[in-house]
Write a protein that binds this ligand. Structure first.
Ligand code: PAF
Length: 294
Protein backbone atom coordinates (compact mmCIF):
# COMPACT_ATOMS: atom_id res chain seq x y z
CA UNK A 1 0.00 0.00 0.00
CA UNK A 2 1.36 3.40 -0.98
CA UNK A 3 0.97 6.44 1.29
CA UNK A 4 1.03 9.61 -0.79
CA UNK A 5 0.92 13.25 0.31
CA UNK A 6 1.06 15.30 -2.89
CA UNK A 7 -1.08 15.59 -6.01
CA UNK A 8 2.01 15.18 -8.22
CA UNK A 9 2.95 11.85 -6.58
CA UNK A 10 -0.68 10.72 -6.75
CA UNK A 11 -0.92 11.48 -10.48
CA UNK A 12 2.35 9.64 -11.05
CA UNK A 13 1.18 6.56 -9.18
CA UNK A 14 -2.23 6.53 -10.88
CA UNK A 15 -0.64 6.64 -14.37
CA UNK A 16 -0.12 2.87 -14.26
CA UNK A 17 -3.46 2.04 -12.61
CA UNK A 18 -6.86 1.46 -14.11
CA UNK A 19 -10.37 1.14 -12.75
CA UNK A 20 -10.16 3.30 -9.64
CA UNK A 21 -12.55 3.03 -6.68
CA UNK A 22 -12.34 6.01 -4.33
CA UNK A 23 -13.37 6.44 -0.69
CA UNK A 24 -12.97 10.01 0.64
CA UNK A 25 -12.63 10.19 4.44
CA UNK A 26 -11.50 12.53 7.17
CA UNK A 27 -9.63 9.70 8.90
CA UNK A 28 -10.10 8.32 12.43
CA UNK A 29 -11.39 5.27 10.64
CA UNK A 30 -13.88 2.79 12.07
CA UNK A 31 -15.52 -0.39 10.78
CA UNK A 32 -18.01 1.68 8.76
CA UNK A 33 -15.19 3.21 6.70
CA UNK A 34 -13.55 -0.20 6.24
CA UNK A 35 -16.86 -1.53 4.86
CA UNK A 36 -16.82 1.35 2.32
CA UNK A 37 -13.31 0.31 1.26
CA UNK A 38 -14.55 -3.28 0.80
CA UNK A 39 -17.36 -1.89 -1.37
CA UNK A 40 -14.84 0.10 -3.45
CA UNK A 41 -12.77 -3.08 -3.91
CA UNK A 42 -15.89 -4.93 -5.02
CA UNK A 43 -16.64 -2.36 -7.74
CA UNK A 44 -13.10 -1.46 -8.86
CA UNK A 45 -9.62 -2.87 -9.21
CA UNK A 46 -7.66 -0.19 -7.38
CA UNK A 47 -8.87 1.26 -4.06
CA UNK A 48 -7.78 4.80 -3.23
CA UNK A 49 -8.71 6.25 0.18
CA UNK A 50 -8.17 9.92 0.98
CA UNK A 51 -7.62 11.11 4.53
CA UNK A 52 -8.08 14.85 4.80
CA UNK A 53 -9.73 16.88 7.55
CA UNK A 54 -11.29 19.53 5.35
CA UNK A 55 -11.17 22.98 7.00
CA UNK A 56 -13.73 24.35 4.53
CA UNK A 57 -16.59 22.24 5.93
CA UNK A 58 -16.15 23.30 9.58
CA UNK A 59 -17.66 26.52 10.92
CA UNK A 60 -15.48 28.58 13.31
CA UNK A 61 -17.36 27.14 16.34
CA UNK A 62 -16.93 23.51 15.29
CA UNK A 63 -14.32 20.88 16.15
CA UNK A 64 -11.73 21.39 13.36
CA UNK A 65 -8.78 21.76 15.75
CA UNK A 66 -9.76 18.82 17.98
CA UNK A 67 -10.96 16.48 15.21
CA UNK A 68 -8.95 13.25 15.80
CA UNK A 69 -5.98 12.85 13.46
CA UNK A 70 -4.83 9.22 13.61
CA UNK A 71 -2.96 8.68 10.32
CA UNK A 72 -0.70 5.84 11.47
CA UNK A 73 -3.52 3.73 12.95
CA UNK A 74 -5.72 4.53 9.92
CA UNK A 75 -3.02 3.32 7.51
CA UNK A 76 -2.68 0.03 9.41
CA UNK A 77 -6.44 -0.56 9.12
CA UNK A 78 -6.42 0.36 5.43
CA UNK A 79 -3.50 -1.94 4.66
CA UNK A 80 -5.38 -4.82 6.31
CA UNK A 81 -8.48 -3.89 4.27
CA UNK A 82 -6.58 -4.21 0.98
CA UNK A 83 -6.42 -0.49 0.15
CA UNK A 84 -3.90 0.25 -2.62
CA UNK A 85 -3.25 3.97 -2.15
CA UNK A 86 -3.77 6.28 0.83
CA UNK A 87 -3.84 9.91 -0.23
CA UNK A 88 -3.23 12.13 2.81
CA UNK A 89 -2.54 15.67 1.56
CA UNK A 90 -1.84 18.74 3.71
CA UNK A 91 -4.24 21.69 3.74
CA UNK A 92 -1.71 23.68 1.66
CA UNK A 93 -1.68 20.93 -0.97
CA UNK A 94 -5.47 20.96 -1.28
CA UNK A 95 -6.00 24.71 -0.88
CA UNK A 96 -2.81 26.52 -1.98
CA UNK A 97 -4.94 29.62 -2.65
CA UNK A 98 -5.72 29.94 1.07
CA UNK A 99 -2.07 30.35 1.98
CA UNK A 100 -1.50 32.66 -0.99
CA UNK A 101 -4.54 34.75 0.04
CA UNK A 102 -3.20 35.12 3.59
CA UNK A 103 -0.06 36.75 2.21
CA UNK A 104 -1.98 38.93 -0.22
CA UNK A 105 -2.31 42.62 0.73
CA UNK A 106 -6.09 42.59 0.92
CA UNK A 107 -6.27 39.26 2.81
CA UNK A 108 -9.06 38.16 0.51
CA UNK A 109 -9.75 34.46 0.46
CA UNK A 110 -9.40 33.60 -3.21
CA UNK A 111 -10.59 30.01 -2.85
CA UNK A 112 -13.07 29.02 -5.55
CA UNK A 113 -15.95 27.01 -4.13
CA UNK A 114 -18.96 25.00 -5.28
CA UNK A 115 -22.29 26.66 -4.47
CA UNK A 116 -24.72 23.80 -3.81
CA UNK A 117 -28.50 24.11 -4.42
CA UNK A 118 -30.95 25.16 -1.65
CA UNK A 119 -31.34 21.56 -0.43
CA UNK A 120 -27.94 22.19 1.20
CA UNK A 121 -29.52 24.82 3.47
CA UNK A 122 -32.04 22.57 5.23
CA UNK A 123 -31.60 19.71 7.76
CA UNK A 124 -27.87 19.74 8.69
CA UNK A 125 -27.30 22.77 6.45
CA UNK A 126 -29.74 24.89 8.47
CA UNK A 127 -27.37 25.03 11.43
CA UNK A 128 -24.06 24.10 9.75
CA UNK A 129 -23.93 27.12 7.44
CA UNK A 130 -21.72 26.61 4.35
CA UNK A 131 -20.96 23.04 5.49
CA UNK A 132 -22.13 21.44 2.25
CA UNK A 133 -20.39 24.09 0.13
CA UNK A 134 -17.19 22.98 1.91
CA UNK A 135 -17.98 19.30 1.40
CA UNK A 136 -18.90 19.71 -2.29
CA UNK A 137 -15.79 21.80 -2.94
CA UNK A 138 -13.35 19.34 -1.38
CA UNK A 139 -15.06 16.34 -2.99
CA UNK A 140 -14.91 18.03 -6.40
CA UNK A 141 -11.20 18.73 -5.85
CA UNK A 142 -10.51 15.17 -4.66
CA UNK A 143 -12.45 13.78 -7.65
CA UNK A 144 -10.26 15.86 -9.96
CA UNK A 145 -7.10 14.70 -8.21
CA UNK A 146 -7.99 10.98 -8.06
CA UNK A 147 -10.17 10.79 -11.20
CA UNK A 148 -12.01 7.70 -9.97
CA UNK A 149 -14.42 5.49 -11.92
CA UNK A 150 -16.51 4.86 -8.81
CA UNK A 151 -16.69 6.65 -5.46
CA UNK A 152 -18.23 5.30 -2.29
CA UNK A 153 -20.07 7.36 0.37
CA UNK A 154 -21.86 6.19 3.52
CA UNK A 155 -25.63 6.48 3.88
CA UNK A 156 -25.26 7.79 7.45
CA UNK A 157 -24.50 11.19 5.90
CA UNK A 158 -27.55 10.90 3.66
CA UNK A 159 -27.83 14.62 2.85
CA UNK A 160 -24.13 14.68 1.91
CA UNK A 161 -24.64 11.62 -0.31
CA UNK A 162 -27.64 13.31 -1.93
CA UNK A 163 -25.71 16.53 -2.65
CA UNK A 164 -22.69 14.65 -4.03
CA UNK A 165 -24.95 12.62 -6.35
CA UNK A 166 -26.54 15.87 -7.50
CA UNK A 167 -23.12 17.46 -8.06
CA UNK A 168 -21.98 14.47 -10.15
CA UNK A 169 -25.20 14.61 -12.16
CA UNK A 170 -25.28 18.38 -12.70
CA UNK A 171 -21.55 18.71 -13.50
CA UNK A 172 -21.60 15.61 -15.76
CA UNK A 173 -18.82 13.90 -13.84
CA UNK A 174 -18.08 10.42 -15.23
CA UNK A 175 -18.16 8.78 -11.78
CA UNK A 176 -20.55 6.16 -10.40
CA UNK A 177 -21.56 6.99 -6.85
CA UNK A 178 -22.11 3.94 -4.66
CA UNK A 179 -23.89 4.18 -1.31
CA UNK A 180 -22.67 2.11 1.64
CA UNK A 181 -25.06 0.99 4.38
CA UNK A 182 -24.71 2.51 7.85
CA UNK A 183 -22.95 0.24 10.31
CA UNK A 184 -24.23 0.19 13.89
CA UNK A 185 -23.24 -0.94 17.34
CA UNK A 186 -25.38 -3.76 18.77
CA UNK A 187 -27.87 -1.38 20.44
CA UNK A 188 -28.34 0.73 17.30
CA UNK A 189 -25.85 3.61 17.58
CA UNK A 190 -24.59 4.47 14.08
CA UNK A 191 -20.79 4.22 13.83
CA UNK A 192 -19.23 7.67 13.55
CA UNK A 193 -15.79 9.16 14.12
CA UNK A 194 -17.46 11.58 16.55
CA UNK A 195 -18.63 8.68 18.79
CA UNK A 196 -15.10 8.88 20.19
CA UNK A 197 -16.15 12.10 21.95
CA UNK A 198 -18.79 10.21 23.99
CA UNK A 199 -18.23 9.10 27.57
CA UNK A 200 -19.10 5.46 28.38
CA UNK A 201 -22.37 6.59 29.95
CA UNK A 202 -23.28 8.68 26.88
CA UNK A 203 -22.40 5.82 24.55
CA UNK A 204 -24.87 3.64 26.42
CA UNK A 205 -27.71 6.15 25.88
CA UNK A 206 -26.69 7.42 22.42
CA UNK A 207 -28.90 4.83 20.71
CA UNK A 208 -31.92 6.87 21.93
CA UNK A 209 -31.58 8.92 18.75
CA UNK A 210 -31.94 5.80 16.61
CA UNK A 211 -34.84 4.57 18.80
CA UNK A 212 -36.67 7.89 18.34
CA UNK A 213 -36.33 7.62 14.54
CA UNK A 214 -37.36 3.95 14.65
CA UNK A 215 -40.47 4.99 16.62
CA UNK A 216 -41.53 7.23 13.70
CA UNK A 217 -40.77 4.47 11.18
CA UNK A 218 -42.98 2.03 13.11
CA UNK A 219 -45.87 4.49 13.28
CA UNK A 220 -45.64 5.31 9.56
CA UNK A 221 -45.57 1.60 8.72
CA UNK A 222 -48.78 1.30 10.78
CA UNK A 223 -50.41 3.92 8.58
CA UNK A 224 -49.86 7.11 10.59
CA UNK A 225 -48.95 9.85 8.05
CA UNK A 226 -49.14 12.81 10.43
CA UNK A 227 -45.43 13.36 9.97
CA UNK A 228 -45.27 16.71 11.75
CA UNK A 229 -46.91 15.33 14.88
CA UNK A 230 -44.68 12.23 14.83
CA UNK A 231 -41.60 14.42 14.50
CA UNK A 232 -42.74 16.66 17.37
CA UNK A 233 -43.35 13.63 19.61
CA UNK A 234 -39.94 12.11 18.81
CA UNK A 235 -38.28 15.47 19.40
CA UNK A 236 -40.06 15.92 22.76
CA UNK A 237 -39.04 12.37 23.75
CA UNK A 238 -35.37 13.11 23.06
CA UNK A 239 -35.54 16.48 24.80
CA UNK A 240 -36.98 14.80 27.90
CA UNK A 241 -34.05 12.36 27.77
CA UNK A 242 -31.63 15.30 27.91
CA UNK A 243 -30.82 15.81 24.20
CA UNK A 244 -30.71 19.13 22.37
CA UNK A 245 -32.53 18.37 19.13
CA UNK A 246 -31.45 20.08 15.87
CA UNK A 247 -34.10 18.44 13.71
CA UNK A 248 -36.20 15.34 13.24
CA UNK A 249 -37.62 15.18 9.74
CA UNK A 250 -39.44 12.72 7.52
CA UNK A 251 -38.65 13.24 3.84
CA UNK A 252 -38.88 11.65 0.43
CA UNK A 253 -35.65 9.68 0.01
CA UNK A 254 -35.70 10.46 -3.73
CA UNK A 255 -35.92 14.27 -3.45
CA UNK A 256 -35.19 15.03 0.23
CA UNK A 257 -38.30 17.24 0.21
CA UNK A 258 -40.64 16.95 3.23
CA UNK A 259 -42.67 13.74 3.02
CA UNK A 260 -46.17 13.80 1.60
CA UNK A 261 -48.83 11.16 2.27
CA UNK A 262 -48.34 9.89 -1.31
CA UNK A 263 -44.59 9.22 -1.00
CA UNK A 264 -43.62 5.56 -0.88
CA UNK A 265 -39.87 5.87 -0.42
CA UNK A 266 -39.23 7.77 2.76
CA UNK A 267 -36.37 8.56 5.05
CA UNK A 268 -36.56 9.70 8.66
CA UNK A 269 -33.54 11.82 9.56
CA UNK A 270 -32.39 13.30 12.82
CA UNK A 271 -29.59 15.34 14.33
CA UNK A 272 -29.25 16.01 18.04
CA UNK A 273 -26.64 16.89 20.61
CA UNK A 274 -25.86 14.86 23.69
CA UNK A 275 -25.03 17.30 26.46
CA UNK A 276 -22.29 16.61 28.97
CA UNK A 277 -21.63 19.12 31.75
CA UNK A 278 -17.86 18.56 31.66
CA UNK A 279 -17.02 17.54 28.09
CA UNK A 280 -19.54 19.76 26.25
CA UNK A 281 -21.91 18.78 23.44
CA UNK A 282 -21.52 16.02 20.86
CA UNK A 283 -23.71 16.29 17.76
CA UNK A 284 -24.84 12.98 16.29
CA UNK A 285 -26.84 12.29 13.14
CA UNK A 286 -28.74 9.24 11.99
CA UNK A 287 -31.43 8.20 9.54
CA UNK A 288 -33.63 5.24 8.63
CA UNK A 289 -35.04 4.60 5.17
CA UNK A 290 -38.42 2.98 4.72
CA UNK A 291 -40.25 1.78 1.70
CA UNK A 292 -44.06 1.59 1.86
CA UNK A 293 -45.47 -1.06 -0.44
CA UNK A 294 -49.23 -0.63 0.07
O1 PAF B 1 -17.97 12.30 5.12
C1 PAF B 1 -16.83 12.75 5.28
O2 PAF B 1 -15.96 12.17 5.98
C2 PAF B 1 -16.46 14.09 4.65
O3 PAF B 1 -17.54 14.96 4.63
C3 PAF B 1 -15.84 13.95 3.26
C4 PAF B 1 -16.82 13.33 2.27
C5 PAF B 1 -14.59 13.08 3.33
C6 PAF B 1 -15.44 15.31 2.71
O4 PAF B 1 -14.52 15.93 3.53
Amino acid sequence: MQIIHTVAELRNSLKTRTNIGFVPTMGNLHAGHIALVALAKKHAKTAVVSIFVNPLQFSPTEDLSTYPRTLEADCEKLKAAGCDIVFAPSADEVYPQMTESKSDDNHLNQTMTIDPPPIANVLCGATRLKHFAGVATVVMKLFNMVQPDVAVFGKKDFQQLFIIKEMVRQFNLPIDIIAGETMREAHGLALSSRNGYLTDAQRATASQLNSALQGIVNQVKNGNKDFVQLEQQASAQLTSQGWEVDYISTRSSATLQPASALDKNLIVLGAAKIINKTSGKTRLIDNIELCLTA
